[in-house]
Design a protein around this ligand. Structure first.
Ligand code: PMP
Length: 297
């Protein structure tokens, strides 16, 4: 396996970062996860745009041009002969002496890692996954804005630990006011009285690229969508619940914990949106291949 580190492709065993790297010392950095379908990085422009937004929110100057970032991703995929994969792009503040001052680091560390995408068990989509509500609250927007896709992931890891303890696949976090926000690595949607509901950005979430696509697809298919402020009780009384992210796409939930007997059906709206999402992916892949055939030669 090969990794892109700073300016070159190296074998994974040589892809080493210093213990003085501020990503390691302080979680000072940002990242993106992308999915590759049939050799095409899905929504690449949107992921790069969000990477730049995260960088700007932490005052980090990305050491590469957009076109070079794209090349580094495709070179890494090529080096690993991967066409169905996930890609993780990480940029940390870089190597520097101990101390919080970002100026201690002269050059950000830039890493692209990729691996085969083996998929999730079919049962996750057919039966739905189990959710729990974490007791740990989502970071305050005013403290560490969840719109920064940062390496500082302890908030989510604490919630993930709770999910595992509850034998759930994903934990949904509430904000300081007790309103729904998002999962540890996903956005949440639910259906209530036929309306597709999802917490608004103001609740303190990462505005997922999949989330935006799902909202768009729902509207295009005649559904009413409400981005708003919701309580856990509204989730418990929903007819359908699903979570979204780049690798999961649209993954239905079977049950939310901490409320007895709440069982959600893998409902028609979840199924429809997963189907439409996958159609969108296929269309995107075809379009990109037609635009630039040289990429897949
Ligand atoms: N929220 C969080 C906290 C995440 O880490 C992710 C995964 N990137 C998402 C939501 C979903 O975002 P996307 O659809 O862009 O993968």
């Amino acid at each position: 396996m090969y990794v892109y580190l700073n300016n070159k492709i190296v074998p994974a065993s040589d892809a080493k970062v210093s213990v003085f790297d501020h990503g390691f010392l302080y979680g000072d950095g940002i990242y993106e996860t992308m999915r590759v379908y049939d050799g095409v990085v899905f929504m690449l422009d949107e992921h790069i745009e969000r990477l730049y937004r995260s960088a700007s929110l932490i005052g980090l100057a990305i050491p590469k041009k957009i076109s070079d970032i794209k090349i580094s991703i495709y070179e890494t995929l090529k080096a690993n002969s991967l066409t169905n994969a996930y890609v993780r792009l990480t940029i940390s503040r870089g190597y520097g002496p101990i101390g919080l001052d970002p100026e201690l680091c002269k050059e950000p560390t830039f890493v692209v890692m990729t691996n085969e995408f083996t998929g999730y068990p079919k049962s996750y989509y057919e039966e739905g996954i189990k959710l729990t509500i974490a007791s740990v609250r989502r970071n305050l927007r005013e403290a560490l804005n969840p719109q920064i896709k940062s390496l500082n992931f302890l908030n989510n890891i604490l919630a993930k630990i709770e999910a595992k303890q509850a034998d759930a696949y994903e934990a949904i976090m509430l904000n300081a006011e007790g309103h729904l926000t998002e999962g540890t690595i996903s956005n949440i949607f639910f259906v209530k009285n036929g309306i597709l509901c999802t917490p608004s950005v103001e609740c303190g979430i990462l505005d997922g690229i999949t989330r935006a696509m799902v909202i768009d697809l729902a509207l295009k298919n005649g559904l009413e969508v409400k981005e708003g402020i919701f309580t856990p009780e509204e989730l418990y009384t929903a007819s359908e619940v699903f979570i979204t992210n780049t690798t999961m796409e649209v993954m239905p939930a079977r049950r939310a914990d901490k409320i007895d007997k709440t069982e959600f059906k893998v409902g028609e709206i979840s199924k429809l949106l997963l189907k439409k999402y996958r159609q969108e992916v296929n269309g995107y892949v075809k379009e990109k291949k037609a635009e630039d055939p040289s990429l897949w030669e």
